[in-house]
Design a protein around this ligand. Structure first.
Ligand SMILES: [Fe+2]
Ligand SMILES: [Fe+2]
Length: 343
């Protein structure tokens, strides 16, 4: 299998080399975290911080928990970069770097700003026990994740096409919430992050489209395989100090759902948009296995909608009433070293 994938990725290198400059920005066009946050070189730096803190006072603890969960997800970037670098065709080493490796480097550098800006913002709000948050980040990076795509570029492209759109929804909806709550700083920075995620989603969709054009049967089968195992979020193992693997992620996801930041309906909408973009329904000349994959995929949104409606009923009854407490809001201890070795 990998031999064929390798050939396809090699074949698409010319396309990738031409496409990457259109999918990325020039250095001067990129925003940086410093663009949105108090400038510590200025004489009024502390007034700027106070203004940021005043705005953040309007955020509910749930909204802060979602922002922290989003930030931790972004901060585990080393794991995601390692994962993609193991995908067929994506080696980061080599001189000169191949086009896929070039894309990976640029993508990782763009993503790196997301964790940075959210982390710094949350620190400055003065409402978060940053040490507990940092323990959660460290736990997540050391625990890793499981995207179940192995080294298969077709699976990786469908996963990332989906995942980038999911993060766009999450950051975009959080931006809208923050603006309503009077926090323009969080609204603005999440809006910019969401725009990056949208651009990434477009890139990965285009990459998969090319695989589909080149190797239709196998690409379609891979897409169905990814959806059969269901897309698990890359931060699925998130845990606070002393919690079980994934326990904190579950609580974070519950809150995102009840705030309508990211829900099973979004999951279904993303799947539908992928099916439409790649025009899965109208693919012709397929072998038996690919035809079965096509049929499975085209029926999936309806199945998900039914499940999502059932889940929505459950959410209104139980999830909305469940109170999750996070160590991220614990009052810091006087001597942080006394808890340093119990992560
Ligand atoms: Fe991101
Ligand atoms: Fe992204």
């Amino acid at each position: 299998m990998n031999g064929k994938r390798r050939e396809v990725m090699k074949h698409l290198e010319g396309f990738a080399a031409e496409a990457i400059p259109t999918l990325t920005l020039s250095q001067d066009e990129y925003w940086q975290p410093a663009d949105f946050l108090p400038d510590m070189t200025q004489p009024d730096a502390f007034e700027q911080i106070r203004a940021l803190q005043d705005q953040a006072k309007g955020l509910s603890e749930d909204a802060l928990a979602v922002t922290i969960g989003d930030m931790i997800t972004e901060e585990a970037l080393p794991s995601y970069t390692t994962w993609i670098s193991q995908t067929e065709g994506f080696a980061l080493n080599g001189e000169p770097r191949g086009p896929w490796g070039l894309w990976l480097g640029k993508w990782a550098a763009e993503e790196n700003r997301h964790g940075d800006v959210l982390n710094r913002y949350l620190y400055l709000t003065g409402r978060v026990n940053m040490r507990e948050v940092e323990v959660t980040i460290q736990n997540l990076i050391s625990d890793g994740g499981d995207t179940q795509t192995a080294d298969d570029p077709y699976r990786a492209f469908t996963y990332t096409s989906f995942q980038e759109k999911a993060t766009q929804f999450s950051h975009g909806n959080l931006a809208a919430y923050a603006r309503k709550a009077g926090d323009d700083t969080l609204g603005k920075l999440c809006g910019y992050v969401a725009a990056d995620e949208n651009r990434h989603a477009k890139a990965y969709r285009l990459f998969f489209q090319k695989c589909l054009d080149t190797d239709t049967n196998d690409a379609l089968i891979a897409f169905a395989d990814v959806m059969k195992t269901k897309i698990t979020m890359p931060a699925m193992f998130m845990r606070e100090r002393g919690k079980k693997m994934g326990e904190t992620f579950k609580h974070f996801a519950d809150i995102a759902e009840r705030m309508s930041i990211y829900t099973p309906i979004h999951y279904t909408e993303i799947l539908e948009s992928l099916l439409n973009d790649w025009d899965i329904e109208h693919l012709k000349g397929l072998n038996d296995k690919a035809e079965a994959a096509q049929e499975y995929l085209c029926r999936l949104p309806e199945r998900y909608r039914k499940i999502a409606e059932r889940v929505a009923g459950r959410v209104s009854k139980t999830v909305s009433e469940t109170v999750h407490t996070f160590s991220w809001f614990d009052v810091p201890t006087a001597d942080p070293k006394s808890v340093a070795d119990t992560a």
